[in-house]
Design a binder for this molecule. Structure first.
Ligand SMILES: [Fe+2]
Length: 484
């Protein structure tokens, strides 16, 4: 197929495919003097058109952008991640990997290569920057040049899992990075392996568990002493893969299961709590108070991805509306189900926090929101119909929501919180992210005061070109990775 054949790869949604460097992007307004550091983002960006008509945007090659903020200046760079898949396809000048996470549809010549795209998220830990996709180990890239340093990073050979999450988390107290791999012994397997690495990047914890069924495990919850996973029914079934379908199908006949276990243990204390059918891919944050665990996720009644086949019904966009929901379990009680409380009415995706509070009691969250009270022309212009017109700040103690909304011919990508300083109070700093300017075929990067979103951008950093809708973003402050 070619890109024009599918609305998922046409117009604004067309792959970008270029690698660029731009010094001193134009800035409207004033850049805050204390906004100094590196803003990374990654977008799935097919180098070659998909081989299968049922392929999905999540299968694009990882394409990383870096906005480097120094006082008064923003420099830009973007590069493809040189994954094993990318290099093989570049050499062949065509796609060799088949439909989404389905190795049965690959060209036989790439059977021995990693199919990972490194297209989902980035994290900087122990002096290394990783680009990640949950079906494969991390890929290490240079934080300054974005050149690929290791296309299959295994933590000094210690990563036995064949996969590693795109959502590892860093414990702000110990400096440990904790993550996991699911389908850890290969596609369709019910094994999950947890890993911890200490502040120097050495593996200091490994524990293997089994899940009740093989479902998508995109993110996880980290607290001071525990980890938790929510199994949702995007199921992975080898038989369907053999038939040429993408990796997942939505099976609404299944419940959700929340698994909780101690950090640092062998997994034998793992407890499963049953819950109703829900779709929830991202954790805003989690924390524990005594024996109680609280896990905040954006949670929807039904499937949230229209391009993933549903086994039992037609995709319903209203069932896809996710709201910040607090899951609660008390480990001292014999309960077999988890409790749920919908915290806000806002329909949101991709929640973030001030990551100095990862795993700890916290008060402030951020998320892109769909504000249906405002015009949504961006939905029409975005081609895919998916549009976010608002960034919201959630202050949990008052259950207060403040927002910034873009104009009705633009849409917003994921937002990212930047603390004003190493010691600033929680939520004091900036909210940054990309806005799509559909009428100009261009993007801007917005900088807002995170405590005054309704005041509008402090600075607008103008890109001379468009970027695709990215997935996740990551800020590395100057005090962690000096850029001056
Ligand atoms: Fe994610």
């Amino acid at each position: 197929m070619n890109f024009e054949e599918s609305p998922m790869f046409r117009g604004w949604a067309a792959p970008f495919r270029a690698e660029l460097s731009s010094q001193d992007l134009e800035v409207e307004g004033e850049l805050p003097a204390d906004l100094v550091g590196s803003f990374y983002r990654v977008q799935p960006d097919f180098l070659y058109p998909p081989t299968h008509a049922n392929d999905v945007p999540f299968n694009g090659d990882g394409h990383v952008s870096l906005f480097r903020f120094t006082p008064g200046h923003v420099d830009f760079r973007c590069r493809y991640v040189r994954t094993q898949r990318f290099k093989a396809q570049q050499a062949a000048r065509k796609a060799l990997f088949g439909t989404y996470r389905n190795r049965f549809t690959d060209d036989p010549s790439v059977e021995h290569l990693s199919g990972g795209t490194a297209n989902t998220n980035l994290i900087y830990h122990a002096g290394r920057l990783f680009a990640m996709k949950e079906d494969s180990p991390p890929v290490q890239i240079d934080p300054h040049t974005l050149e690929t340093l290791d296309d299959y990073y295994t933590f000094d050979g210690k990563l036995q899992s064949l996969t590693f999450t795109a959502h590892p988390k860093i414990d702000p107290i110990t400096g440990e990075m904790v993550g996991f791999g699911y389908e850890a012994r290969g596609n369709g397997t019910d094994d999950v392996a947890f890993y911890g690495t200490d502040a120097s990047g050495k593996v200091n914890w490994e524990a293997w568990i089994k899940v009740p069924y093989v479902g998508m495990l995109h993110d996880f919850a980290l607290t001071t002493n525990h980890v938790a996973l929510l199994v949702i029914p995007y199921t992975a079934d080898l038989e369907r893969m053999r038939q040429g379908h993408i990796h997942f199908a939505w099976d609404s006949s299944l419940p959700t299961w929340l698994g909780v276990m101690r950090r640092g243990g062998d997994g034998s204390d793992l407890r499963w709590y049953k819950g109703p059918l829900r779709c929830a891919t991202h954790v805003m944050n989690a924390y524990e108070v005594g024996s109680q665990l609280f896990i905040d996720m954006d949670m929807a009644p039904g499937s949230q991805f229209p391009f993933v086949p549903s086994l039992h019904e037609v995709f319903d966009p209203t069932e896809a509306h996710g709201r910040i929901t607090r899951l609660k379990v008390d480990l001292a009680e014999p309960a077999e189900t988890y409790e749920m409380e919908v915290m806000y009415g806002e329909v949101c995706v991709l929640p973030r926090i001030d990551e100095r509070y990862w795993s700890l009691p916290y008060n402030v969250g951020f998320a892109p929101v769909m504000d249906f009270t405002k015009p949504l022309d961006g939905a029409r212009l975005s081609v895919t119909g998916l549009v976010i017109n608002t960034w919201a700040r959630f202050d949990h103690d008052q259950r207060k929501v403040t927002t910034y909304s873009c104009d009705n011919v633009s849409s917003l990508q994921e937002c990212c919180f930047v603390p004003r300083s190493r010691t600033a109070r929680e939520g004091a700093g900036y909210l940054i992210g990309i806005v799509n300017r559909y009428l100009e075929d261009r993007c801007d990067l917005l900088v807002l005061d995170a405590e005054h979103l309704d005041a509008g951008p402090l600075a607008t950093v103008r890109l001379p070109h468009r970027l695709r809708n990215g997935i996740h973003t990551h800020w590395v402050p100057d005090w962690v990775l000096p850029v001056r």
